[in-house]
Write a protein that binds this ligand. Structure first.
Ligand code: SF4
Ligand code: SF4
Ligand code: FES
Length: 249
């Protein structure tokens, strides 16, 4: 708790944490009580549990200020970054904490992010890790590149019902990155990316319900990007039809 919070009377909150061990058939739910203050975040509470109640609780975090994207999870059914989620925003009752959905759980609240990173590769804006450049494996890596604004947290992917039901759907983060490439190619091939997105299981599969945009902590607006891809594809197809019509006359 912060110094200000230490002066305020502590409140005890109950946490129900869904935990799955790597390879375990089923998850289990463990319950913990934590004394919290008015400014305690979800990450503060989980660290408190890990430090003083159960050292085996596995979670991932780094920056603690909504920048690294590593602390994504679900709290009371909603995708959040734990480091910037005050417990006060999660109602008054017990707080159900779960790992992100639509991702392989590694351990407790930690999911494997490789699927998300790999989903960005066809968009022309892959996440290039600095150690890959330093190691110099294979073809020379391009200059360090990442998709501006997106912090690769996976919250949108977790919230997307289509990602949950169609394993071939690239997901909101990848489609948002694709639109960014089309809007500002910076050396990538926008036509190739548009052709990749133009698929019944690509941007046309989205049902535009904006869950992804609602949970995005970084203002990316993936649903808006999907609609922008559709508009661009429609504009180009109409242009082609018009040109063909002119040639026939
Ligand atoms: S708007 Fe599209 S991409 Fe976003 S959550 Fe809904 S189906 Fe998924
Ligand atoms: S688009 Fe938003 S919610 Fe999705 S991975 Fe990027 S920052 Fe996270
Ligand atoms: S710890 Fe970095 S975004 Fe939460």
């Amino acid at each position: 708790m912060t110094e200000t919070e230490q002066q305020a009377p502590a409140q005890v909150r109950r946490f129900r944490i869904t935990r799955r061990r790597h390879g375990a058939a089923r998850p289990r739910v463990d319950e913990f009580n934590v004394a919290v203050g008015p400014e305690t975040t979800l990450l503060d509470a989980l660290r408190e549990i890990r430090s003083h109640q159960d050292r085996s609780l596995t979670l991932r975090y780094s920056c603690c200020h909504a920048s690294c994207g590593t602390c994504g999870m679900r709290a009371n059914g909603r995708e959040v970054l734990a480091c910037v989620t005050p417990l006060a925003s999660l109602g008054r009752g017990p707080i159900a904490v779960e790992p992100l959905a639509n991702a392989r759980v590694e351990h407790d609240l930690v999911v494997d992010m490789r699927d998300l990173y790999e989903s960005l590769e066809p968009t022309g804006r892959p996440l290039i890790r600095q150690d890959e450049q330093l190691a110099g494996r294979g073809a020379p890596a391009p200059a360090f590149a990442r998709y501006e604004d997106c912090i690769e947290c996976g919250l949108c992917v977790s919230a997307c019902p289509i990602t949950g039901s169609d394993p071939l759907y690239p997901g909101p983060a990848a489609l948002a990155a694709a639109w960014r490439t089309v809007a500002e190619p910076r050396g990538a091939d926008p036509l190739r990316v548009l052709a990749w997105a133009d698929d019944e299981q690509g941007c046309w599969r989205c049902h535009a319900s904006f869950e992804c945009t609602e949970v995005c902590p970084s203002g990316v607006d993936p649903a808006g990007a999907v609609l922008a891809l559709r508009r661009e594809l429609t504009r180009r197809k109409l242009g082609q039809l018009t040109r063909r019509g002119r040639h026939r006359r």
